[in-house]
Design a protein around this ligand. Structure first.
Ligand SMILES: N[C@@H](CCC(=O)N[C@@H](CS)C(=O)NCC(=O)O)C(=O)O
Length: 219
């Protein structure tokens, strides 16, 4: 596990190259124009393999965590994005008022739930030892993904200026495709077209997904 030996006078992001949540925070930083102010430090995390360096910052032992010089750390990705939106002078990526705000946050919530469901599907397919897997749970979470994809096909505001919901959905879908958890393209042409265009943004190209999850090996 890499040590945290970074400079202490700038923001640091405890990150993971295969975490959709960590990537959401970093894509947000790129879109907000503050990525250059953040030192990115890779950390492996798993509920079966305790990472003390991450636990020292976040009692949940999860990434992303934003370490601020002289100030308390911030987690999770939703809150990191909200914080980063306060430190730049450009257009806000979390709309400040009206229905636009609630829409963006609601879309973000769906994206977060898709990542949560996707992780649980992976536990029930590849991460848990085979004899301990429970197919009805896998199917239940796959069902949540299907209905979320359908919801996004109907409700994602593909023409609006970029907001946190777009970033959350794009990073979630990209990770779901990367891990081959479920297809979202069939019968969802509007979502697929929007996603393909979003993936070509410099913020997405600068933050490619890579690597395997490190879980405890069963004795
Ligand atoms: N709600 C959190 C979720 C973070 C999360 O689950 N991160 C994963 C990496 S993809 C993690 O660190 N998992 C370790 C664990 O569950 O112990 C967020 O949005 O930041």
């Amino acid at each position: 596990m890499p040590l945290i030996t970074a400079r202490t006078d700038r923001l640091k992001l405890l990150y993971q190259t295969h975490s959709p949540y960590a990537r959401k925070a970093l894509v947000f930083a790129h879109e907000a124009g503050v990525a250059g102010d953040i030192e990115v430090i890779h950390q492996e995390t798993s509920p079966t393999l305790r990472n003390e360096q991450v636990f020292a910052m976040n009692p949940l032992g999860k990434v992303p965590v934003l370490v601020r010089p002289g100030l308390p750390v911030i987690f999770d990705s939703d809150i990191i994005c909200a914080y980063l939106d306060t430190v730049h002078g450009g257009r806000k990526l979390i709309p400040e008022g009206g229905e636009e705000r609630w829409h963006a946050l609601r879309v973000q919530a769906v994206a977060q739930g898709m990542c949560d469901a996707g992780i649980l599907v992976r536990w029930e397919t590849v991460r848990r030892p085979e004899s301990l897997r429970y197919p009805p749970l896998r199917d239940g979470y796959l069902g949540k993904l299907t209905t979320s994809f359908d919801w996004l096909e109907r409700h994602l505001d593909v023409e609006s200026p970029i907001h946190v919901g777009h970033i959350a959905v794009a990073t979630a879908l990209s990770w779901i495709a990367f891990r081959e958890i479920a297809g979202f393209r069939a019968k969802r042409p509007r979502l697929a077209k929007w996603f393909d265009e979003f993936e070509r943004r410099p913020s997405m190209l600068a933050t490619p997904l890579s690597g395997d999850t490190h879980d405890a090996v069963r004795a």
